[in-house]
Design a binder for this molecule. Structure first.
Ligand code: HSE
Length: 301
């Protein structure tokens, strides 16, 4: 089988809604081989709940790659045998669906001899996911700035943050990204748009230059977090607790409910855990390094 390793991702980072994502060293693997009939095995997160038929997200992505074309003179396989090992928790704002899509697509692409280049792979995966800010960093690693052009193509570029310590608090409840996107307004005040544009620019510069003292202001957001707060009980208290414990900046991870904090102070994780608990939600806390490799193909038995 050909196996790929795909990182978790935290999107938005506060103000960079649909524009920024950061890859984390928490990985899923997807292994694939050609088969006569679809066969799907899942271990780890989602092993009980995820479908084991061709509606499975990684499988659909693999099929989409096969459908996009195989190298001249080779036929697409009839089906795939796909084995997925998940460490990224599902529906928590850590890019589990992007990891499934990228994993299935990248594994099939490697199996078929690489019909898609990196740009085409990102375009295909973002098309399946609906937005690029988890998919692009899952493919590329690091901190990725990305946009969707009016023609539906993704433009993305990878940067490496300096001296960034990440702590994530993952509550026990799930949030659906689709529902979290439905809560967003059609229009926002001009001053809120300016608020986010200015902070997004400062955030990218601060992360790349290691200017952690800027992150408190640079992670502030008015475009999505205020509207989504009602899906995450205690969100404001968790933000405040992280800052109080010494976090340089703090944000909802993707569409939540996970909260991501930046900082090296030892009490940040515990402070967020206690604040979530006070709001009635158990949660686990992880320190996470930035993944700079993105999706890696590991040839195996
Ligand atoms: N930018 C997306 C959103 C990320 O916030 O809806 C979802 O993980």
């Amino acid at each position: 089988m050909i196996r790929v390793r795909v990182p978790a991702t935290t999107a938005n980072l506060g103000p960079g809604f649909d524009a920024l994502g950061l890859a984390l060293r928490l990985h899923n693997t997807v292994a694939i081989e050609a088969a006569e009939e679809p066969r799907i095995e899942i271990e780890g997160e989602g092993a009980v709940s995820l479908p084991r038929d061709p509606s499975h997200l990684a499988y659909r992505a693999a099929l989409a790659v096969a459908g996009a074309g195989t190298p001249r003179g080779t036929a697409a396989p009839r089906a795939f045998h796909l084995r997925q090992h998940n460490r990224i928790p599902l529906a928590r704002g850590l890019g589990s669906s992007a990891a499934a899509i990228v994993g299935g697509a990248a594994a099939a692409n490697a199996l078929l001899g690489g019909p898609l280049d990196t740009q085409a792979l990102i375009d295909l995966c973002a098309g399946l996911e609906g937005h690029p800010d988890n998919v692009a960093p899952a493919v590329l690693g690091g901190l990725v700035a990305c946009v969707t052009t009016e023609a539906g193509k993704i433009r993305s570029t990878r940067l490496i943050p300096k001296r960034l310590r990440v702590v994530i608090a993952i509550p026990e409840f799930a949030v659906s990204t689709a529902e979290a996107r439905r809560l967003l307004p059609e229009t926002v005040p001009f001053r809120d748009a300016v608020f986010n544009v200015t902070r997004t620019a400062l955030l990218v510069a601060s992360l790349v230059e290691g200017r952690t003292e800027m992150l408190d202001e640079a992670t502030r957001d008015r475009l999505h977090q205020p509207y989504r707060a009602r899906l995450v009980p205690g969100l404001e208290a968790v933000f405040a607790a992280a800052r109080e414990a010494g976090a340089h900046g703090v944000a909802l991870s993707g569409s939540g409910p996970t909260v991501v904090a930046f900082g090296e102070a030892p009490g940040i994780g515990e402070a967020m855990r206690r604040a979530f608990e006070a709001a009635g939600a158990g949660c686990r806390v992880l320190g996470a390094e930035v993944d700079t490799e993105g999706t890696v193909v590991e040839r195996d038995s």
